[in-house]
Structures are given as structure tokens and as C-alpha cells.
Design a protein around this ligand. Structure first.
Ligand code: SIN
Ligand code: CO
Length: 400
């Protein structure tokens, strides 16, 4: 049976409907996604957040974590990039600053699980979970983002001002994007568990009311220029054209220094042999979109044993490391910028691994356990630190 013919039950289906305030995922994509904001009261009832302000500050002190501290002091916006020294937080005032930490899902299994609830949007569009902490009055000012975002309220309250204004002029010389003019059209006070969806380019301004933590589920959309540059780079490594420039019909030129039209025509014909199709674009996307960001490092296991690994998989299955990105396209499987061709009988398993970020032991049948090519492939990724045996995800715990 082909994979697509299998009706896979989505374990998040009911949860997703509640998450979207009774709107089905299908309806949400049709009516709201990339079109208009949606406020959802109690998207996650009882949600109090996944970590507290101190734990977030702890993450911001770690070398491999991307963080920023935004403050508004004497009518000036300031941005400092992490990692921070603990003492930096002790010297902050009681008001008007915000700590923002990117990629919290790379460090916290609960955060990765929270993202799974948003599975109605393809993984290829997902960026990461950013978490912010702000004391009363804190925020990053009136701005717009180029990406879709779900703003889920954790601890405390935040007043969101939203405007679909056309004027998106930014103030000059500020270290972050701040709108020159902001005309509040709607105002919502979000309580823990409430969520606001904003499509790209909708102006917004979140102001903390008391200590406040916001969870931003952010999506990515590469620019046309970025896609073109990256695709050309990808193509360059794979292209293989035959033949050499030849001009047996060369005619006498008046100016020896001139690049003649004939030459341009001949080269144009050669360059027309650069071809790509949907397969090349799909493969490019898989490699490009799963490429880890430059600060991401995996912990490799140089002393691992294949026999021990096979035993562990049989006993407790597999899970992707929290930092791993994995996608598939047709029979190609992508993991952290690497691409392999899946044998037909590998496909169901590997697709499930990418979809669910985990594979229970019983999903790897006896035939696959005996398939040395398959197990060697998984083992190589295990050695590279891309995946773990069991449900461990490679979670090291929060910094004290
Ligand atoms: C924040 O969490 O303070 C910023 C979220 C945003 O406005 O995009
Ligand atoms: Co924003």
C-alpha cells in the first residue's frame, strides 16, 4: 500500500480545533492563513508557560542560544545580543525591557511538543519557538514582521494593539524595526492560554501588563532573491554539461577585442543546456530547508556501537534530536542538510520519523531491523547526534 493511501489519524486533530478556537485547520488555512488576524481565547486552556523568567534568562546565558535584550531608555531603543552574563539581568530596571530567546524548541522537549500542535502548517514553513519575558511596560515597540506568527500568552498578561495600516514607514537609525506611526485599530488583552494569529505585515505592538511571557510560534518564508541565490548555488554543485566551446564557422571580425554576436549566440545555446525540473527543485528545498542554522551544533557519538544501537531501537524506537530538521520529497529523505534516496520499504518508516519526530519500536518491523543498509543509515545519523534511541530527544535540562 502506498503511504499516501494510508489514512493516518492525526493525534492532534481535536487539539488543533480547540487551538484554533473551534475553527478547523482546513477552515483556518482557507480564511485566515496569510490573510487576516485571528484572536483565540483559551487556545490552550490552563497554559501557564513552559519555563519561567529565570529559566529563560538561564538559556540566554548559554553560548549556543540566540537571544536579544531590547530596552527603551530615555526615549531610545537599544538592542543587545546574547549570550549574556548573569550579572546583566541583575542590573536591569523594573520596567521597559524585554528578553527574547530564539529556538527554545531546540532546548526543551515540551516546546518541541508545543510546536507539534501547529502541524496543520507544513514543517517546511516552520521556523522556531521564540519566548520573551518582559516586566510591566516591556515590549519590542510598534512594528510589523514579514512572517506569520502565533502569539501565545504564557505567564501574565499582554496588551496587543493591532493595525492593518498601509503606512509601514520605519523610524530612522533605530537598532530594531519600529514604525514611525501606529494607529491602533484593535486592542486585545491576552490572558494565559489566549493566542493571537497575525499574518505577515500586520502592524502590532505588544505591551506587558505586569510580568509577562509570550510564546511566538514563528514561520519562515524565504525571499525570492534568497531562493534564487541558494538554488543557483545548489545547481552549481550538481550541474554537469558536456562538450566545449567550438567555432569552426568563425568569421573575420573588424575589432579583435570585440565579443562578437556569434560568440554570444554560441554560449547562449550552451547555457540553455542548464536544465532543472520539479525533482531538482524538490531536492533543493529539502537540502536547503533542513540545513541547520550556523550556530547549531550536534553532539556526535564517536564511540557508539552498531549492535548496541540496533538493540536499543528494537527496545525503545527512535526520536529526532530537538535541533534536527527533517523533511521528505517523493523518495528523497532529508535530515540536517543531507539527502538520501529511500528504498521503497524504508519510506513509511522514515516519513513517519519526519512527520512525528519519533518512531515507536513497533514501527520498525523485523525486515527493517534485519536490513543492514537501513540500520547503517540510522546509525550514521545516531553517530552524528541527529537522533537518539528511545524518547530521550537529547535533552540536557535547563541551566540552573
Ligand atoms: C514579544 O514577544 O515581545 C515580541 C513578539 C512580536 O511582537 O513579534
Ligand atoms: Co512581531
Amino acid at each position: 500500500m502506498r503511504y499516501h493511501a494510508v489514512m493516518k489519524k492525526n493525534p492532534y486533530h481535536e487539539q488543533q480545533k480547540a487551538l484554533l478556537g473551534g475553527v478547523s485547520a482546513k477552515q483556518f488555512l482557507k480564511q485566515y492563513w496569510q490573510k487576516k488576524p485571528l484572536l483565540i481565547r483559551q487556545a490552550i486552556p490552563g497554559f501557564k508557560g513552559l519555563l519561567d523568567g529565570n529559566e529563560l534568562a538561564g538559556l540566554a546565558c548559554e553560548e549556543e542560544v540566540q537571544s536579544r535584550l531590547v530596552s527603551y531608555v530615555r526615549k531610545q531603543w537599544q538592542v543587545e545580543d546574547g549570550p549574556f552574563d548573569e550579572s546583566r539581568f541583575a542590573s536591569l530596571g523594573k520596567k521597559h525591557w524585554t528578553l527574547l530567546v530564539q529556538g527554545v524548541n531546540h532546548h526543551l522537549p515540551d516546546a518541541a511538543e508545543l510546536l507539534q500542535r501547529f502541524n496543520f502548517v507544513p514543517h517546511a514553513r516552520l521556523d522556531d519557538l521564540m519566548v520573551s519575558f518582559a516586566p510591566d511596560g516591556g515590549g519590542v515597540g510598534p512594528h510589523f514582521d514579514s512572517y506569520d506568527v502565533f502569539l501565545l500568552q504564557g505567564q501574565g498578561q499582554r496588551l496587543w494593539r493591532v493595525s492593518q495600516q498601509k503606512d509601514l514607514t520605519l523610524i530612522d537609525n533605530a537598532p530594531l524595526k519600529i514604525l514611525q506611526n501606529f494607529d491602533t485599530e484593535q486592542e486585545y488583552l491576552l490572558e494565559p492560554g489566549d493566542m493571537l494569529y497575525l499574518p505577515p505585515h500586520v502592524a502590532h505592538w505588544g505591551i506587558a501588563v505586569g510580568d509577562c511571557m509570550t510564546y511566538s510560534i514563528g514561520f519562515r518564508a524565504p525571499s525570492a532573491q534568497e531562493l534564487a541565490t541558494e538554488f543557483l548555488g545548489y545547481l552549481q554543485e550538481r550541474i554537469s554539461l558536456q562538450g566545449m566551446y567550438a567555432d569552426a564557422s568563425l568569421s573575420l571580425q573588424k575589432h579583435p577585442a570585440e565579443i562578437g554576436e556569434d560568440m554570444v549566440t554560441r554560449v547562449s545555446a550552451m547555457l540553455k543546456k542548464i536544465r532543472w525540473n520539479k525533482q531538482s527543485v524538490g531536492e533543493f528545498l529539502g537540502v536547503y530547508l533542513t540545513e541547520p542554522k550556523p550556530h547549531i551544533v550536534f553532539e556526535s557519538r564517536s564511540k557508539a556501537s552498531l549492535a548496541q544501537f540496533v538493540k536499543s531501537v528494537a527496545a525503545s524506537g527512535l526520536s529526532l534530536d530537538l535541533k534536527t530538521q527533517s523533511l521528505f520529497f517523493g523518495d528523497r529523505f532529508f535530515i540536517n542538510g543531507e539527502s538520501i534516496a529511500m528504498a521503497p520499504h524504508w519510506q513509511q518508516c522514515l516519513r513517519q520519523l519526519a512527520d512525528d519526530r519519533a518512531l515507536p519500536a513497533d514501527a520498525v518491523n523485523e525486515d527493517l531491523m534485519q536490513d543492514t543498509g537501513f540500520m547503517q543509515c540510522l546509525f550514521d545519523w545516531y553517530v552524528a547526534g541527529y537522533l537518539h534511541a528511545g524518547k530521550n530527544h537529547g535533552y540536557g535540562g535547563l541551566a540552573e
